[in-house]
Design a protein around this ligand. Structure first.
Ligand SMILES: NC(=O)c1ccc[n+]([C@@H]2O[C@H](COP(=O)([O-])OP(=O)(O)OC[C@H]3O[C@@H](n4cnc5c(N)ncnc54)[C@H](O)[C@@H]3O)[C@@H](O)[C@H]2O)c1
Length: 420
């Protein structure tokens, strides 16, 4: 047992008695380390936040709902963020323009990273190497090299890394995927994922010099576009359902409406290939919100619809028509003459009614993810959304953003474990 785990295994009173008795841990530095450790055992959990922009402040809001969490410091290259954080937290939080200076503080138990994806890998690696566990927003890295380096650093540092794929913590997603894995819709063969919105995705900028800092999502050098920003969550869900990361990706994107200087598409379509011919079909529009954010899982015996609010099961398949229609198939009042086979009673489309999937946990998944992260750090257990989860979606996006720009099929580099 090393010193850290020994200290973690001791209650506060035993710990102070042990230290007081000059047990061999009696050096000033050791006492300080033990005090810091014991304070987190007693409940304090001090986070340092890098990039408290829109998502970063939402993470602060949710983290502060977890007992014991305090914001010890923040780092951002854009100074007006500091006031926004102070207003949110209700006190003056020590702030840094360079996150590396923040990492020099000794009173930080964990680092939360919500800067744009281009910076993630460097900041995650530096934070892990400073001896802190990390809650890092998706995507884990921006390039293949980034993704492998993060995996290697997590292994070598022995620190906990949790990626911001909070849908893994949504009760209704967990229940749905459990039921899919138990065979409720037969063999899941396809996932069709939609993320439609009506919004140009552009932020108003107080000064033109801030265009790239604020509208980083619109430019290739800092963003993987809709596939990376929105699709990464749905790729992660498909990875979870299929139990693996995709092997190939092909796609296309274009600019239909917003010819405003952006260099990523305002719509994207991508097909990601898994083993046994299974596929995720992802499509995102920004000029029509009709489909919203939803994901359909199609299996050999039924279908499941997952949204950010709920989940619905369709099946087992009951045909909506009967043999009475026989050769003239009636759909919505039209004779189609389609050649359905009535000997097989599951050939006709089943459109409902669906059955709502009930889950006990209806909590905001970001709160559950924050709560879970703090618990994992305190108990030294691995998070659900661990580095492998982060790698699976990040690598698909890393390759996928090139595939959609070039219109070519790309192979997704495989997971590689690193020896500690
Ligand atoms: N999990 C989710 O559901 C979810 C939702 C939204 C955004 N995100 C992710 O969160 C991240 C941030 O998105 P956002 O919408 O909050 O962006 P944002 O632009 O609102 O915030 C990013 C912040 O990082 C700061 N920043 C930029 N470069 C920095 C650097 N080098 N060092 C420190 N700070 C820096 C910016 O000044 C800004 O305050 C992205 O990776 C995005 O994909 C995740």
């Amino acid at each position: 047992m090393n010193r850290r785990s020994l200290l973690q295994g001791l209650s506060l009173s035993v710990l102070s008695a042990t230290l007081g008795a000059g047990s061999g841990y009696g050096q000033a530095e050791e006492v300080q380390a033990a005090k810091e450790q014991s304070s987190s055992l007693a409940g304090r959990f001090r986070i340092g936040v890098i990039g408290p922009g829109s998502r970063g402040r939402e993470l602060i809001r949710q983290m502060l709902r977890v007992p014991g969490v305090e914001v010890a410091a923040v780092a951002d290259v854009y100074e007006p963020r500091f006031l926004q954080v102070n207003e949110l937290v209700g006190k003056t939080v020590p702030s840094y323009k360079d996150y590396r200076s923040m990492l020099e503080r000794r009173d930080i138990d964990a680092v939360v990273i919500a800067s744009p994806p281009f910076f993630h890998a460097r900041q995650v690696i530096d934070s892990l190497q400073s001896g802190r566990p990390v809650y890092g927003e998706k995507t884990m890295g921006f390039s293949a090299e980034d993704n492998y380096k993060v995996v290697e650093t997590v292994a070598k540092s022995g620190q906990i890394y949790q990626v911001g794929h909070q849908l893994r913590y949504a009760g209704w997603f967990q229940e749905s995927v459990r039921r899919i894995h138990e065979g409720e819709i037969g063999e899941p063969t396809h996932v069709f994922a939609y993320w439609f919105r009506r919004d140009n995705w552009r932020r108003s900028v107080p000064d033109p010099s801030l265009e790239h800092l604020m509208n980083w999502r619109l430019y290739r050098e800092s963003s993987g576009g809709l596939l990376e920003e929105l699709g990464s969550h749905q790729i992660d869900i498909a990875n979870w359902i299929f139990g693996e990361q995709p092997r190939t990706v092909v796609g296309a994107s274009s600019i239909v409406l917003y010819h405003d200087g952006r260099t990523v598409g305002d719509n994207v379509q991508a097909i990601l290939g898994y083993s046994k011919g299974r596929r995720l079909v992802f499509t995102s529009l920004t000029d029509n919100a009709f489909m919203g954010n939803q994901l359909w899982v199609y299996g050999t015996k039924g279908s499941m619809q997952l949204t950010v609010e709920d989940a619905t099961f369709y099946g087992p398949i009951h045909p909506t028509t009967t043999a009475a229609y026989h050769s003239d198939v009636v759909q919505r009042g039209l004779k189609t003459g389609a050649t359905y086979n009535y000997a097989a009673d599951d050939e006709m489309p089943y459109r409902g009614p669906g059955r709502r999937i009930d889950a006990r946990n209806q909590e905001d998944p970001t709160l559950t993810a924050c709560r879970s992260f703090v618990h994992c750090v305190r108990t030294h257990t691995q998070p659900v959304a661990d580095v492998r989860v982060g790698f699976g979606s990040a690598m698909a996006c890393t390759v996928g953003k090139e595939a959609v720009l070039q219109g070519e099929m790309k192979k997704v580099p495989e997971w590689r474990a690193f020896a500690v």
